[in-house]
Design a protein around this ligand. Structure first.
Ligand SMILES: [Zn+2]
Length: 254
């Protein structure tokens, strides 16, 4: 680390759970951020300020006036710009040492798999089950840890699926594909601005711990937050041995 880096990251280096070694791991790591919206905004800000070496941001949308109530990585003057460009500009002004890779696309299955293969952690802040399941399949296939978050109205949830561990449950163990899930979007239901900040910030915390190899993560636990009453609870869940994504491959029918 340079003198400048020792100063920039000094408050991390002071933590015995991180130290120089943990900070060096962050500097050498690569994160993939799916979505630069309400959850991706605070997550991106903390990954960049904390010095994660390379951050790939994937989002096909442009900044809209209705985003600015909660998507804090974007600015009023960025309205109309691709979200990934707007996010990159903010992150660069916070920490020019971090490499930002932008993917201004609505990505499909094969692109998600390709992007996932080249990183150390994936943070999912997208708003539809189709993408969430595609991200999960890619993380299972490439054995990458997935930090998943969701927020709607006053409710938030976060879970970690550490697919590096053979007995860890995947996203589909908790929310099976094809189950009766309906996408509920902020555009229709509304969302309390700080709940997206709380969830995205917890996603950043979990990702940084995974990358630095410290602490205990939310693997096998779903954290539920009700911001209206400010009650938090965690629900434990296990790997589903019959999971269609991470379970044993099905035998072809004779
Ligand atoms: Zn599974």
């Amino acid at each position: 680390m340079t003198d400048d880096q020792l100063l920039r990251y000094s408050r991390h280096i002071l933590l015995p759970e991180l130290g120089i070694e943990g900070q060096e791991r962050l500097l050498a790591s690569r994160a993939l951020l799916m979505g630069a919206g309400g959850l991706g905004s605070p997550a991106a800000l903390y990954l960049a300020s904390a010095g994660v070496g390379r951050i790939t941001i994937c989002d096909g949308d442009a900044v809209d006036l209705t985003n600015l109530q909660r998507q804090i990585v974007h600015r009023t003057e960025s309205i109309g710009q691709p979200k990934v460009d707007s996010a990159r500009a903010t992150l660069r002004s916070i920490n020019p040492q971090v490499e930002i890779v932008t993917v201004p696309e609505r990505v499909g299955e094969s692109r998600i798999a390709e992007l996932t293969a080249g990183v150390d952690v994936v943070l999912d802040g997208t708003d539809n089950f189709e993408t969430r399941h595609a991200v999960n399949r890619a993380c299972v296939r490439h054995r990458k840890p997935l930090v998943s978050g969701a927020a709607i109205r006053f409710d938030g949830q976060i879970a970690v699926f550490d697919m590096r561990q053979p007995d860890a449950p995947c996203y589909a163990c908790l929310f099976p594909e094809g189950a009766d899930q309906e996408d509920v979007r902020c555009a229709v239901m509304g969302v309390f601005a700080p709940i997206t900040g709380i969830v995205g910030t917890i996603q950043a915390a979990e990702a940084l711990k995974l990358l630095a190899g410290t602490g205990e993560g939310l693997t096998g636990r779903l954290l539920l937050i009700d911001a209206l009453t400010m009650q938090l609870r965690t629900i434990k869940f296990r790997k589903d041995p019959a999971c269609a994504v991470c379970g044993p491959p099905r035998q072809p029918r004779a």
